[in-house]
Design a protein around this ligand. Structure first.
Ligand code: SF4
Length: 307
């Protein structure tokens, strides 16, 4: 039995759990039925929540309580500080990986940089030491900072582990699967940012994607100035709730007609048919970054409209 699963089971036991409500990210879907059976085999009743779960900001204690569950098992995330009326056990679900073959194959892309800052997601925190050792063996200086539970660990919306060391590094290397974490970071830093993608087995930069997103944001900002009818989007997910009433007042003093639209997961389809010139997003700050092209109406967050 894997060690992080053992720890999660020990925590469930310490909470005297009987019926467990399991939330998991999309990446674990193929394994979720086996996980459910493994948990059941240790004596718990299990309800698997199939609603999308993008982070530990999404704690479904209302739903779990309604279904008679007494504890939540949150897989693939770590505690984000969101409140919950039920105990929540976080199972990080570390994914063992060896980045060395990719580093060996792609090292020339890191050659120009003397000091490299590392960042990664919770699943791959175990790779950080291997990457550090490899780079140091090649004469590089390597920096990490601990802002969350583990060194170099970032979230889609919490990048301090990287931004704190930005003045001291020549570039960042983000170790992850896919572009999600790297994209969050490249938009926040002026330093070169390379992704070590454990899924594709490559090291690449996101310069092109950054430029494209910055262009869309600039266009959205210009459209917002002339927008007459504005929708403020809020989510009631535990860790995403921000009250929109002050923002509404401020926008109204600028002559806008403002509506507050609330939903669970924010998607462009839910806004179809509404008469809106622009959207201000108060929920997950990654909405309108990763899927900006899906929104036909200019979408901005508070920082982008200067509030
Ligand atoms: S707010 Fe968004 S980026 Fe932050 S943890 Fe939640 S889903 Fe991830």
């Amino acid at each position: 039995m894997r060690e992080d699963f053992k720890r999660a089971l020990e925590k469930l036991k310490s909470y005297k759990a009987k019926r467990v409500f399991v939330q998991y990210p999309e990446g674990i879907k193929l394994r979720i039925q086996k996980i459910a059976k493994d948990i059941e085999a240790t004596g718990y009743e299990v309800v698997v929540c199939t609603e999308p779960c993008f982070g530990a900001c999404d704690i479904r204690d209302f739903e779990a309580t309604r279904l008679g569950c007494d504890t939540i098992l949150h897989i693939g995330h770590e505690d984000y500080g969101a409140e919950s009326d039920l105990p929540v056990v976080f199972w990080e679900y570390f994914i063992p990986s060896d980045p060395t073959p990719i580093l060996e194959k792609e090292f020339s892309k890191l050659e120009p940089y003397e000091c490299i800052g590392l960042a990664t997601s919770i699943q791959f925190v175990d790779t950080i030491e291997k990457v550090k050792q490899f780079l140091e063996s090649k004469g590089k200086k390597v920096l990490t900072h601990t802002a969350l539970q583990h060194a170099a660990q970032i979230l889609g919306c919490q990048l301090e582990a990287a931004t704190k060391i930005e003045p001291d590094v020549d570039c960042f290397l983000c170790i992850s699967a896919g572009k999600f974490y790297g994209l969050g970071l490249v938009l926040e830093t002026d330093k070169p940012m390379l992704c070590l993608d454990l899924e594709s087995g490559e090291i690449y930069d996101l310069k092109g994607l950054k430029k494209k997103i910055q262009k869309i944001i600039a266009w959205n900002k210009s459209q917002f100035e002339d927008a007459r009818t504005v929708a403020i989007l809020v989510s009631w997910k535990r860790g995403q709730v921000k009250l929109p009433f002050e923002v509404k007042k401020k926008l109204e003093t600028k002559g806008k007609e403002v509506y507050i639209f609330a939903m669970d997961e924010i998607t462009p389809e839910k806004l179809m048919g509404l008469k809106i010139d622009a959207i201000v997003n108060l929920a997950c700050p990654r909405i309108g970054i990763d899927d900006l092209e899906r929104y036909k109406i200019p979408l901005l967050n508070l920082k982008q409209i200067g509030l």
